[in-house]
Design a protein around this ligand. Sequence first.
Ligand code: HEC
Ligand code: HEC
Length: 189
Amino acid sequence: MNTALKLTLGGLCLAGGVWASDLDNGRKLAGQCRTCHGLDGYARIPIAPHIGGEPATYLAAQLVAFRDGVRVHEMMSVVAEDLSDAQIDDLAAWYSDHDVTAAMPAEPDAAPGLCIDCHGVDGIALEEDAPNLAGESAIYIDTQLKAFRLGKRSHQVMTPIAEQLSDADIRAAADWYAAITIEIEARAE
Ligand code: HEC
Ligand code: HEC
């Protein structure tokens, strides 16, 4: 390929955002994440969320929040501390380059009505900035909702929603989404 063409393509890739990130490097970096999130983003411990197949924008935003101390967690704050912006982009690209499919064990009309516009009936998010909840452990969902309610984690949309929820509402939403089973697969080339 001639140099001028390569430069043009390089420019397009950068403009495309996600293309500019390096999947191979993301896969390598994910070696640091696998004991808790798996290499495919299917969590290996109940307190860690599944992250495979989530929107790259959401994943990158959370890693930046942990790194910058806006979101705090004893494990993730340490993990994210030294990540550069480029490494975060590569990790977000790697984990989002997966497909997640969800299977509901119960009738969809039992889904929590207040949540489904953004998180979906089956827990697969319908908004780019919202995470999937499908198959997350009840303990993880419960912890995050209480963190929003207490102000330990803050978000313009989720904080006011969580403030309205009783412990029983939280348990019901957590039970619904935790009962969904998921499969995560690397996206075919
Ligand atoms: C020792 C276990 C551990 C390791 C290693 C680890 N994580 Fe985590 N991760 C967690 C836990 C636990 C949480 C939930 C934090 C909380 O409760 O706020 C989490 C949360 C996250 C979230 C937020 C997801 C969401 O749905 O909000 C992202 C993104 C994430 N981790 C990415 C990574 C990446 C990328 C790596 C590797 C560079 C990594 N983690 C390494 C345990 C780990
Ligand atoms: C209008 C859209 C919207 C609605 C409705 C909504 N959420 Fe969210 N939710 C979000 C967004 C956006 C985030 C990401 C917040 C962030 O970036 O920290 C989020 C994050 C969460 C998280 C954190 C998940 C994780 O992986 O860390 C949980 C748990 C959650 N929502 C549960 C709920 C529940 C339960 C309901 C219903 C009672 C609900 N949400 C309603 C948009 C919404």
